[in-house]
Ligand binder design. Structure first.
Ligand SMILES: Cc1cc2nc3c(=O)[nH]c(=O)nc-3n(C[C@H](O)[C@H](O)[C@H](O)COP(=O)(O)OP(=O)(O)OC[C@H]3O[C@@H](n4cnc5c(N)ncnc54)[C@H](O)[C@@H]3O)c2cc1C
Ligand code: SF4
Length: 501
């Protein structure tokens, strides 16, 4: 029986982050392990409220009160079983998920701070790995059916694991030189050290999943060949088409880049250093990828922008400004606009924000300013108001509000426009919709025998949604192949996050 008064006895506490001067001098994760005592205390704050809205907040339907109570009572072995029953990769979500479950925690109804669900999750996952590694769970018998998974992000990997464990022969095709999708080269090591991906890959390999890196489906191998060699295909190619701003004067200057160009290159340098290999030192246009000594301007307010901020500080930037089009959000939930248990519009500060830099809200770039040699020297910004008219966003600069911010390096982190336009789409007979995503039927098929999941289907989203969609698409493929029994399907293709409107 959970402790009904735990939340009255204990306040919400997270482990202390590593001190800023220490952590920006390396690329290690920001959070040290929390320690068993703190996690047991925090798990005790879960009162097992009877109708756990956190289940609905989590797209995976993680059984949060169950594993909170198992941690409280010291049953870590059983807790990890419960966690793995719904989540293939809790060590990823426990580190990276923005935790919509916590926004839906019933404690929030009474004005209390939510349970630290995400922290408990990662500690359960890490404790299991430390105890006896990630034990492979190969299928008891092969089905003789074969599936190609295109794309090795969390959606592709979750589907691959589910299908391999059900006995199907799974081959994951990845055009990059390493497996992991955005987890590998998009998300920096200070949020997710890559050893966590490598440990999972060892488990997947031992479970029979085959990996083919450096293979771009649609170019190096045709869709026709893939369909001939496999009984079903899952497309999980992500939503990596970066939004740009070609109309802004000066966009073509040297030093103005898509955030991902800088971020991926920077992450590759870290990966190369870790492997003792020489670092890749420049972007394709010859710009050194290093922000050292530079005035950096990051345009955008999401995960990508925060990751650029952390990277810039670790590279030794002289100063960083982060610009956001929208006004500064409130620091408390606006119950009129976003009632509990929905995901509230709030000022979200990542650990990268306490490392330095200045956030500037309600501004838009009017021009990237040339230093006279074709290199950016500043951005000219104006204060703006933003309103929605007939679904369209209207941005209005305030007269007389323009000013310049010095900039040697400008990073555009203004979102993604869906999955990339690439040969694979036409070859498989699928098309991008108005949002740049690929629609599916209710059974996850985008064309006969061709399934789609993750960001490619949903548009740029979250790791927890990618895993949920990968699991659900795997269940649909298993049924399509006539597999015995049913695999878990936490979401259907139309499922949306909890929302009031
Ligand atoms: C910088 C950044 C930071 C983020 N931080 C967070 C975070 O902290 N928390 C969070 O929850 N979410 C975060 N996200 C979002 C999250 O990473 C994505 O939602 C998630 O990775 C989507 O998973 P996916 O498997 O659908 O696609 P992806 O991870 O994008 O993987 C798709 C893979 O498909 C491969 N591919 C594409 N086309 C082909 C082809 N033709 N042949 C072979 N391979 C192909 C790509 O190379 C890629 O490896 C972040 C995103 C970015 C960009
Ligand atoms: S995956 Fe995300 S939403 Fe689900 S329990 Fe973990 S932190 Fe919460």
């Amino acid at each position: 029986m959970p402790d009904p008064n735990g939340f009255l006895r204990y306040d919400r506490r997270l482990p202390a982050r590593r001190p800023v001067p220490v952590r920006i001098s390396d690329w290690r994760e920001v959070y040290p392990p929390a320690g068993e005592e703190l996690i047991r205390e925090q798990a005790t704050r879960c009162m097992d409220c009877g109708i756990p809205f956190c289940h609905d907040g989590c797209p995976l339907g993680n059984r949060i009160p169950d594993w909170n109570d198992l941690v409280r009572t010291g049953n870590w072995d059983v807790a990890v079983e419960s966690l793995h029953a719904t989540n293939n990769f809790p060590e990823f979500t426990g580190r990276l998920c923005p935790a919509p479950c916590e926004a839906a925690c019933v404690l929030g109804l009474g004005g209390q701070q939510p349970v630290t669900i995400k922290q408990v999750e990662v500690e359960i996952a890490d404790a299991a790995v430390a105890r006896d590694g990630l034990r492979p769970r190969p299928a008891s018998a092969p089905t003789g059916r074969s599936v190609a998974v295109v794309g090795s992000g969390p959606a592709g990997l979750a589907a691959a694991q589910q299908l391999a464990r059900a006995g199907h022969t799974v081959t994951v095709y990845e055009r990059d030189d390493a497996i992991g999708g955005l987890l590998r080269y998009g998300i920096p090591d200070f949020k997710l050290e890559k050893q966590h991906i490598d440990k999972r890959l060892a488990q997947l390999t031992a479970e029979g999943v085959r990996f083919r890196t450096g293979v771009e489906v649609g170019v190096d191998v045709t869709a026709e060949r893939l369909r001939a060699e496999h009984d079903a295909v899952l497309l999980a190619c992500g939503a990596l088409q970066g939004r740009d701003t070609p109309e802004t004067p000066g966009r073509a200057l040297r030093g103005v880049h898509q955030a991902m160009a800088h971020l991926v290159a920077a992450n590759r340098v870290v990966a190369a250093a870790g492997n003792g290999r020489p670092a890749l030192a420049t972007l394709p246009d010859g710009t050194p990828i290093d922000a050292a000594g530079k005035h950096v301007v990051i345009i955008g307010g999401g995960d990508t922008a925060a990751d650029c901020l952390g990277v810039a500080h670790r590279q030794g930037a002289a100063g960083v400004h982060q610009l956001d089009l929208y006004p500064q959000p409130p620091s408390e939930r606006d119950a009129e606009r976003d009632p509990w248990p929905t995901w509230p519009w709030l000022l979200r500060s990542y650990p990268a924000h306490e490392e330095g830099g200045e956030r500037v809200f309600a501004v838009a770039v009017q021009e990237f300013v040339d230093d006279g040699t074709g290199q950016v020297r500043a951005v000219r910004i104006a204060e703006v108001t933003v309103e929605k008219v007939d679904g369209r966003r209207i941005v209005t600069p305030l007269p007389g509000s323009e000013r310049e911010i010095p900039a040697d390096l400008v990073l555009l982190a203004i979102g993604f426009e869906g999955t990339e336009q690439q040969p694979l789409l036409a070859q498989f007979g699928v098309t991008r919709n108005a949002r740049g995503a690929v629609d599916s039927r209710p059974d996850w098929q985008a064309a006969d025998g061709v399934f789609v999941a993750g960001d490619m289907h949903r548009g740029a989203s979250l790791i927890v949604w990618a895993i949920a969609e990968g699991r659900a698409a795997a269940a649909a493929i298993h049924a399509y192949l006539g597999g015995v029994g049913e695999l878990p399907a936490p979401v259907d293709p139309a499922r949306q996050p909890l929302a009031a409107r």
